[in-house]
Design a binder for this molecule. Structure first.
Ligand code: SMO
Length: 770
């Protein structure tokens, strides 16, 4: 197209509003008569609830309502449904409020609604709950012990799911191997911590009978369906709107108890009710993630070729299974082979229940964990056979001529077929950029001076965008303005900018003419939402196809006006004209006016220059990257400084490389936080120790290296844009790169890295263990 906005580094149209503080987050919405909710939460990791007395709470100043589970549902309360499960999964549902048992600290037990949040919180203090404290189990391995306290009668032994994911014959390959490497790696529990916590505002309309919900979420259409079903409402009378969202990262896609409680309270009271999660509640109750242990056996030939990999994954699920229950373990089990040719593979997945907050997807959803474990294992293996870790990887990466490469694995989201790419080329380019050989010389020199630099390599593949569909409506009005309504529901990643680019490009109009709106169930009947790095691929393709069809319709309209064949229509600067007749042209605005209802159109043409398109697919593109981290460990303190970070990224074609790079850098910041600092730590009673941002250490700008990014472009054949998702990638490659770099820095002392986070105290202990 003439305007060629595809691939342009265009600044985000979202930013001026955000920078000026003019964006509208849930908490910015003010409605007359607004009430505020506060949630009473279990102070115990595991306790039987004997009685709840809310009489003093209800009598407190400003209080208009207070209820517990039995007040609303004396029996058969609705459970939060599991949308992504596996066959072996047992029922361990969470209800909107704890009934007879509380299973994690922070679990909602009752709700108070008052004229102000302060009054609601004060009234909570007057609630009397009689608990009998039960023994808690907070460690997944301990939970699997026969004597461990059992969380759910429905899940004996605290195993809520257990299955095997396999291709080829891993046991046979390992038995036949020259060398077998056996290791255990563990990633800690941590989470996304978006700048904006969760929040929800619900308001009923007595006249229309409609319930409107504003929520800081990721998938309004799904949230509408679940809320309506759990509350017994007609779906058509529930409208879910997602205003500006300050980061979702997966954790806001989960359906939480508050997502049901607030609409329920609003419906009971006939008034708007709002709840904004505070930071303590956030750390207690937001989806936790990443906590997995990998017991791995790798079988090698003496020449360094990988014959087989056998793994047991223990996934710590926390106390319940909610909507996205099996995403993380499934994506970990099907992501472990990554970009490598590992024909014989078997993973046993054991999902353990513990008295901790519920685990769910967070940026990468199982892939960061699996990538960390695999890339650590590969470094261990290379060291053991005396091979350079880069050469070892190059030997085992899937060669470009083997693409597309079917792994033989199928996750809960899609079949794992690596669609396109050149993995060895990405690694070679990264090694060149870091001056790999030069680094080894510099490292030897630095070591002789008592310093400890290290370089780590990590390769990953990412299941990048899932279907089954996304929607877009493109409309041109009589002024030539273009409106795009998308089923996507972004959380700050610049989707409005990229969709505007796609549509402006197709229609050959200036970007300013294109307005993008989304995340409102009343504006478009079907929408999927934001997760799995899917917006550019799914929402982008839907918008592109809708715009393409609008343009085709406009050409037919022009042919009708000019009394020629649509084949004789060409476009110049957004105007239609007859081929070879420069004098005769018609603007998009005029074509939209001509196409209005009541006008003259070609026979059979629907009125209006507007198209709704559903892009439907079950095939999934895979993006990938090589990450290289150069660190320096301080031998005195164990502190790790990441000095250089190189990414060779391939996400197919790019709509806007600046947005892609922003996503990569942001993902690396979250991965670096997990690799080095962040942890949701519990004590043995199930008390969360990290309930504020002093004890939960987030990475800051001073922790971040300057990330050097270059791109390979292997277009995807699976969508008309040729793009692949990239939003999660930065967070997938960083733990492995940084952990491998840390071990590379300290390996000469005999120290080995088996888990994250690599806080100074941890690294210091590794250095001083001997
Ligand atoms: S962790 Mo995600 O929103 O697939």
């Amino acid at each position: 197209m003439g305007s060629s906005m595809m691939g342009a580094r265009i600044r985000r149209r979202e930013d001026p509003q955000l920078l000026r503080g003019e964006a509208n987050f849930v908490d910015d919405l003010k409605l007359p008569g607004l009430l505020h909710a506060a949630i009473l939460r279990s102070p115990h990791g595991h306790a039987a609830i004997k009685a709840i007395d809310l009489s003093a709470t209800r009598a407190a100043p400003g209080v208009v309502d207070a209820f517990c589970l039995a007040d609303i549902w004396p029996e058969n309360p609705p459970a939060i449904p599991v949308l992504v499960g596996v066959e072996s999964m047992l029922q361990c549902p969470q209800y909107p409020l704890a009934g007879q048992r509380a299973r994690y600290v922070g679990e909602p037990v009752a709700i108070v609604v008052a004229n102000s949040r302060a009054e609601a919180e004060d009234a909570l203090e007057l609630a009397r709950v009689e608990y009998t404290v039960l023994p808690a189990v907070v460690d997944a391995q301990a939970a699997l012990h026969p004597d461990a306290p059992c969380l759910h009668d429905s899940a004996p032994g605290n195993i809520c799911a257990r299955w095997t994911q396999a291709t080829g014959d891993a046991a046979g390959a390992i038995a036949a191997a020259d060398i077998v490497i056996t290791e255990r790696f563990k990633m800690q529990r941590y989470t996304a911590v978006p700048l904006e916590t969760r929040g929800i505002l619900a308001t009923p309309d007595a006249v229309s009978g409609e319930l409107t919900i504003w929520v800081s979420g990721q998938w309004p259409h799904t949230a509408r369906g679940i809320t309506a079903a759990m509350l017994g409402l007609e779906e058509r009378r529930v409208r879910v709107i997602q205003p500006d969202v300050g980061g979702g990262f997966g954790v806001k896609a989960e359906i939480y108890p508050e997502d049901v409680l607030i609409p329920l309270a609003a419906t009971r009271l006939g008034r708007p009710v709002k709840w904004i999660e505070d930071r303590r509640e956030h750390l207690l109750g937001i989806a936790h993630s990443r906590e997995m242990t990998f017991d791995m056996e790798l079988g090698l030939r003496r020449d360094g070729s990988i014959l087989g990999l056998r793994v047991t994954i223990i996934s710590d699920h926390g106390a319940y299974l909610r909507t996205l229950a099996m995403v993380n373990p499934s994506l970990a089990a099907t992501g472990l082979t990554g970009p490598y040719d590992i024909p014989n593979y078997s993973a046993e997945v054991i999902c353990a229940l513990t008295n901790k907050s519920v685990c769910s997807p967070y940026r990468g959803a199982g892939a960061p964990e699996a990538t960390f474990a695999r890339e650590r294992l590969l470094d261990v293996a290379a060291r053991q056979i005396g091979m350079d870790p880069a050469a070892f990887r190059l030997k085992n990466l899937i060669p470009p001529e083997a693409m597309p490469y079917a792994t033989g694995l199928t996750s809960v989201e899609a079949t794992v077929v690596l669609d396109s790419g050149n993995f060895p080329a990405a690694l070679r380019q990264a090694l060149l950029l870091v001056d790999y050989d030069g680094f080894r010389a510099r490292q030897a020199q630095a070591r002789s001076e008592g310093r400890m630099p290290g370089l780590g390599i990590c390769m990953y593949t990412q299941l990048a965008a899932v279907g089954p569909h996304e929607s877009a409506e493109v409309r041109v009005d009589g002024q030539g303005n273009v409106t795009v309504v998308s089923g996507a529901a972004p959380g700050g990643q610049g989707t409005a900018t990229s969709l505007a680019q796609v549509v402006a490009d197709q229609l050959d109009v200036p970007m300013e003419k294109v307005r993008v709106s989304f995340a409102d169930t009343a504006r478009i009947p079907f929408g999927t939402g934001t997760y799995a790095s899917r917006n550019a691929v799914m929402a982008g393709s839907a918008a592109m196809m809708a715009a393409k069809r609008v343009r085709a319709k406009a050409a037919q309209m022009a042919a009708h006006l000019f009394e020629c064949s649509p084949d004789d229509i060409e476009w110049q600067d957004g105007d239609a004209r007859i081929v070879g007749m420069p004098g005769k042209s018609c603007s998009l605005a005029n074509l939209a006016q001509a196409a209005r209802p009541g006008g003259s159109r070609p026979e059979g043409m629907e009125p209006g220059l507007e198209i709704r398109h559903y892009f439907e697919t079950h095939a999934v593109p895979f993006s990938y990257a090589a990450h290289l981290a150069e660190v320096e460990v301080d031998p005195a303190t164990g502190g790790v400084k990441v000095n250089r970070y190189i990414v060779v990224n391939d996400c197919g074609k790019m709509i806007n490389p600046m947005l892609v790079e922003g996503q990569v850098v942001g993902g690396i910041a979250q991965g670096l936080g997990g690799a080095l600092f962040e942890e949701l730590a519990y004590d043995s009673d199930g008390d969360l120790l990290t309930t504020d941002l002093f004890s939960y250490r987030l990475p800051g700008t001073l922790d971040m290296p300057n990330v050097e990014i270059s791109h390979l472009i292997s277009p995807s054949d699976l969508n008309p844009l040729g793009v692949k998702g990239v939003g999660e990638g930065g967070a997938i490659g960083s733990h492995g790169a940084i952990a491998n770099a840390v071990e590379d820095a300290i390996a000469h002392t005999g120290a080995r890295v088996h888990q994250t986070p690599l806080r100074p105290s941890v690294v210091w202990a590794l250095l001083n263990a001997g």
